[in-house]
Write a protein that binds this ligand. Structure first.
Ligand code: AMP
Length: 406
């Protein structure tokens, strides 16, 4: 029988895994990413990030270790702020894991040390928000040491924060043997392993607001992909660079030359490059605003493209049909507004229906896939927005680099 922690692609990770550690009876500091969205009443609106960390937490408990969990939440700026307390996360975790979770109101100090010293095997402690301490984001040496003092081993399962050079991500690893948790491994296996060694044809489907955020992704993938599809706001920088009049559509004028160079470079390598051929336009992105459907060659001044049109959906969907691997990062339009969501949702269905390994690169795209109702049909949805983009750009993640080599 396959081990439940087996990963689809082996050998990408050169760092220790939690499975390499002898954690029985030991204190294990697990950095998780419990940075969950909250509504105005501080209720958790989506607990996927908590659920994603459960395999690692459950494994550590089953191994008989004492589990100390740490995370950040929201934009706490180095001081305690009740809006960003992890207390409600502790309650949700307790429900999900069906075990008592002791929540501590700080992350270092005598009270925390005392509670940790009294832990029994299988106990779980959740520390208060790391970012209530100004030292965390400074990767402060003394603070890192104080965190390390709490445990015998360090495990990073916080993929969504692995691009941050913080004490609980990087500094602490100087003082403890440090390994990757199952979520971190899975993210790396897909976003680096599959993406760098894809079963071909491999199609990169990119969208979202800005070209500047995604150009380096195209650059990093240009020796691996067979097709690049560009939709969303970023497409209009490419279209304007080609001489189209794009009206008031989102354009980064300082990127025009680079957009042309990238597109021409990709095409010169024999890679197919797709841009929208039609779009839904509006004069504002307010719900209820008047819309028109036009070709991308006839967007009038005063109007902006807010979604791709049906001909683009057909073109992109046909391009996706033969793919064996698909990477999708960025919506095709302003999908948060119902009237402008059709293109994104149609493409979500095309991705979900493709006979391919499908990877969705976090952030807004994962929201779009959820709203389209196709999350279950996607092979892998990343939990990290910024961290996923940095990996796809070919950058090293400080939190991964810092872990102990195998
Ligand atoms: P990103 O974080 O770069 O993936 O961008 C996601 C955002 O891009 C979403 O909030 C969308 O509303 C926005 N977006 C997608 N298409 C467009 C467009 N044509 N014009 C303006 N914003 C867009």
């Amino acid at each position: 029988m396959a081990d439940e922690h087996d990963l689809p692609i082996k050998g990408v990770l050169s760092k220790l895994s939690i499975k390499d550690l002898d954690i029985r009876g030991k204190r294990v500091f697990i950095r998780v990413d419990f940075n969950v969205p909250l509504d105005e009443n501080l209720n958790i609106t989506d607990d996927r990030r908590i659920r994603s960390a459960l395999p690692t937490i459950n494994y550590a408990i089953d191994e008989g270790s004492k589990v100390i969990l740490a995370s950040h939440l929201g934009r706490a700026k180095g001081k305690a702020d009740s809006r960003y307390s992890l207390a409600s996360v502790a309650r949700r975790l307790q429900r999900l894991i069906k075990k008592e979770v002791t929540f501590l109101p700080d992350c270092i100090g005598p009270q925390v040390e005392d509670a940790v010293s009294k832990m029994a095997e299988g106990d779980i402690i959740l520390l208060e928000n790391m970012r209530f301490r100004v030292e965390e984001e400074k990767n402060d040496e003394e603070f890192s040491k104080a965190l390390a003092k709490l445990a015998d081993f360090y495990v990073n399962d916080a993929f969504g924060a692995a691009h941050r050079c913080n004490s609980s991500i990087v500094g602490i690893t100087k003082h403890l043997t440090s390994a990757a948790g199952f979520l971190l491994q899975k993210e790396i296996e897909y976003l680096q392993g599959v993406v760098n060694h894809p079963v071909r044809p491999f199609v990169a489907l990119l969208g979202g607001a800005k070209a500047s955020g995604k150009i380096d992704v195209i650059r990093n993938l240009e020796d691996k992909v067979d097709k690049v599809i560009v939709g969303g706001g970023m497409a209009y920088t490419f279209l304007k660079a080609m001489g189209y009049n794009v009206g008031d559509s989102l354009v980064e004028n300082d990127m025009l030359q680079l957009a042309n160079e990238i597109r021409e470079g990709v095409v010169a390598k024999g890679i197919k490059f797709y841009l929208p051929v039609d779009c839904v336009i509006s004069q504002s992105i307010e719900p209820g605003a008047e819309t028109k459907l036009v070709t991308t060659q006839e967007i009038p001044n005063g109007w902006k493209a807010v979604d791709i049109g049906p001909a683009s959906v057909k073109l992109f969907s046909e391009a996706l049909e033969s793919a064996k691997t698909i990477l999708w990062n960025g919506p095709m339009g302003v999908f948060e507004v119902d009237a402008f969501s059709r293109g994104t949702f149609s493409i979500a269905h095309s991705v979900a229906d493709a006979y391919a390994l499908t990877i969705v690169g976090g952030g807004d795209t994962d929201l779009a896939v959820g709203r389209a109702g196709v999350s279950e049909s996607i092979s892998f949805i990343s939990t990290g927005g910024g961290a996923a983009l940095e990996l796809l750009e070919g950058k090293d993640l400080p939190g991964l680099v810092a872990l102990t080599d195998k």
